[in-house]
Design a protein around this ligand. Structure first.
Ligand code: G6P
Ligand code: MG
Length: 219
């Protein structure tokens, strides 16, 4: 029986990938490191420091831990500036309707994102009050593809993990959901997310009935 739905944020509720890209791109340009949209795909669902490491891999110089912290902070400040432009219009179609329908049916909802900016983002999107819990990405020791963030989200809802379903747009996130013992809904295709149990092109295609059905089918 479905009791909780755990949402990734970037790429599932809204499309902030473009803003993350802009902020990283400015930093990479300053450092003279090649970086483009295609490489940015690798950063989806990946936490801030690991993303920075992936970018610095393409530099010929080495960076100290202090330098890396400074660079990660700089990117985040730029990203937060870009977030001030975010409005409810940036919600992916159907998200608000889905969250309301889930609430009406007594199914609890949480955000399980690697982003430490998740609380700000859902606030700016005007859906903060429609989520019952936001897992704290800053308090997670093991990032996606580890199960921790999804388990913490279920715990925060007070719902057993085996009664939750997860929604993701990144392969690392799908693995994370499966390691938590939950069925994974992929926002994408069987080509982009081969391990997801079900695929939709956007959250607007989801309904409580459909999620319940998929929960039932899961071994
Ligand atoms: C999400 C995004 C990543 C981002 C990560 C950390 O997983 O898909 O692109 O790097 O969150 O976000 P943060 O806001 O904490 O830097
Ligand atoms: Mg995502």
């Amino acid at each position: 029986i479905l009791a909780g739905v755990l949402f990734d944020l970037d790429g599932v509720i809204t499309d902030t990938a473009e803003l993350h890209y802009k902020a990283w791109k400015e930093l990479a340009d300053e450092l003279g490191i090649p970086f483009d949209q295609a490489y940015n795909e690798k950063l989806k669902g990946v936490d801030r420091m690991s993303s920075l490491r992936l970018i610095l891999q393409n530099s010929d110089r080495k960076f100290t831990f202090e330098e890396m912290e400074e660079l990660a902070n700089r990117k985040n400040e730029r990203y937060r500036e870009l977030l001030t432009t975010l409005t409810p219009e940036a919600l992916l179609p159907g998200v608000r309707k889905l969250l309301k329908a889930l609430r009406r049916e007594g199914i609890r909802t949480a955000v399980a994102s690697a982003s430490r900016n998740a609380p700000t983002v859902i606030e700016k999107l005007g859906v903060a009050d429609l989520f019952d819990y936001v897992a704290d990405a800053g308090a997670v020791a093991l990032q996606k593809p580890d199960a921790e963030i999804f388990l913490k989200a279920a715990e925060g809802l007070g719902v057993h993990p085996l009664r939750c379903i997860g929604i993701e747009d990144a392969e690392a996130g799908v693995m994370s959901i499966h390691r938590a013992g939950m069925p994974a809904v992929g926002i994408g295709t069987p080509e982009t997310l081969p391990d997801a149990d079900h695929h939709v092109s956007g959250p607007g295609e989801l309904t409580p009935a459909l999620l319940r059905e998929w929960m039932k089918q899961f071994p």
